[in-house]
Structure formats: C-alpha cells, structure tokens
Design a protein around this ligand. Structure first.
Ligand code: ZN
Length: 138
C-alpha cells in the first residue's frame, strides 16, 4: 500500500533535481516530496514532513549550516549595496554604515526560514545518503 503511494508521489526511483529541491526550499516545502510544510511558525519547524515523514533535522546542530547560507547572502548583499552606494551614488561611508548595519541585522532574520530550506536542499542533493537513509526502518 505504501509502495503504491510512493510510486504515485514519485518518491521511488527518482531523486529530485537540485532545481526542484531549491524550488521547494523557496516555497518552504519538504525537499524530498515537496508536499509537507517545513515551518509551523516563523521560527518553529515541524520535526518531519507531513507528506512523506522525512525527518528534517538529521542530527543535533544540523541547521548550523543554514547560518553559513544566511551569512553568505547577507555579506554579498551588503557588499554590493556598499559598492553601489559609494561608487554609483557617491554616498560616504559614514552615510552608509547605519543603514547597512540595520540591514545586517534584519536580513538574516528575514531569510531565516529560506536559509534552512536552501541548506536542506543542498544537503539532500550533495549527500546522496540523506534521502536513502529515510527509506530504511529505524
Ligand atoms: Zn516530504
């Protein structure tokens, strides 16, 4: 019975592509099936997918990797805005520092959920054992 459901949902025989998993991350959905929601509140995640029972947090501290994604996007954004503001619009460094400091605080908070989704997508894509492990009985 569950085999038929897995066949119908496409879980067996085909791994999702990175593009599919990143699309699911953008929609804050399970990287494995794309059905279950990742979050039940802004900062609170579900423990597993409601659609395929994929366990989201693989190990304690698993989502530390999401902070690297958040940091990278924040650093890149602030650098680009600084360069544009300084050299395209002629702003001084003193004029830019307060808005960029505020952005450095707010941007990681605003992308917290998507950073976790992207982290899971990359982890599932580059570590082929991630999705395979979920098929084994515990
Ligand atoms: Zn799922």
């Amino acid at each position: 019975m569950s085999g038929e459901l897995e066949q119908q949902s496409g879980l067996v025989g085909r791994r999702p592509t990175l593009t599919e998993m990143l699309g699911r991350a953008a929609r804050l959905r399970c990287p494995r099936c794309g059905e279950g929601k990742l979050f039940k509140a802004w900062f609170r995640m579900h423990t597993e997918c409601s659609g395929c029972h994929f366990h989201y947090e693989r190990a304690p501290g698993y989502f530390l990797g999401a902070s690297y994604i958040s940091y990278g996007i924040t650093a890149l954004t602030i650098t680009l805005i600084f360069i544009l503001g300084r050299f395209q619009f002629g702003a001084t460094a003193n004029q830019l520092i307060i808005p960029l400091a505020v952005l450095a605080l707010l941007l990681p908070l605003s992308m917290f959920r998507h950073a976790r989704g992207i982290w899971m997508a990359f982890d599932c894509y580059f570590d082929s054992s991630v999705l395979a492990d979920e098929d084994r009985p515990r």
